[in-house]
Design a protein around this ligand. Structure first.
Ligand code: 5GP
Length: 178
């Protein structure tokens, strides 16, 4: 794949699709071991996590459920820290083993907000699984237990991640050209 222009920004290939797939394979294996027999409830954070959630579910041959929530947290190319309540969470959480599925964890503000909101529902356990993690940008002390790919602090698109609505459908991960 070559360079792609999305609105005003240009992106270049960064992580090939095969590498993303291999990382999701590995993560699915990790989650299978941890959650087999516990009937986990996966909560995908829309919009970005739809891709990761689908890829992960294809690979998880254990009894589990999946649902999706929406939080508004991001504008343009930098994290704003503005988050709202979880929208669309109708499942009973109490006593469940919950795994939050994120497309990317950057500062960790979104994850913190989601975990605070979930704690009110008294789950048996909560962990985070993310397709991408930026350790250099991370500002929380909550452990991000399940990471497919760690990336440096750059703005990326593809595999569900967008720039103002564009780029979610691109295979692999592309990085902004500065
Ligand atoms: P955090 O709250 O961890 O700072 O940011 C989480 C959200 O910011 C992600 O769910 C995602 O929507 C957005 N985000 C953070 N970094 C990037 C990035 O490099 N690319 C894209 N497309 N979105 C990002």
């Amino acid at each position: 794949m070559s360079r792609v222009k999305l609105h005003d920004l240009e992106f270049e290939p960064f992580i090939p699709e095969a590498e993303v797939n291999a990382a999701v394979d590995r993560l699915a294996g990790e989650l299978r071991v941890k959650y087999d027999g516990k009937r986990p409830l996966f909560i995908g954070v829309l919009n970005g996590a739809f891709f990761f959630a689908a890829e992960l579910m294809k690979r998880l041959d254990i009894e589990c459920e999946i649902t999706f929530v929406k939080v508004a947290s991001y504008l343009g190319t930098s994290s704003t820290g503005r988050v709202t309540d979880l929208i669309g969470l109708n499942e009973r959480i109490e006593g469940r083993h919950v795994v939050v599925l994120e497309d990317i964890v950057d500062t960790g503000n979104t994850v913190k907000h989601i975990l605070d909101a979930l704690a009110d529902h008294h789950p048996a356990s909560v962990s985070i699984a993310t397709l991408l993690f930026k350790p250099d940008a991370y500002k929380q002390d909550i452990p991000i237990e399940h990471v497919a790919v760690r990336i440096p602090n750059a703005f990326v698109v593809g595999s569900g991640l967008d720039h103002d609505g564009l780029g979610r459908n691109l295979p692999g991960i592309l990085r902004i050209i500065q």
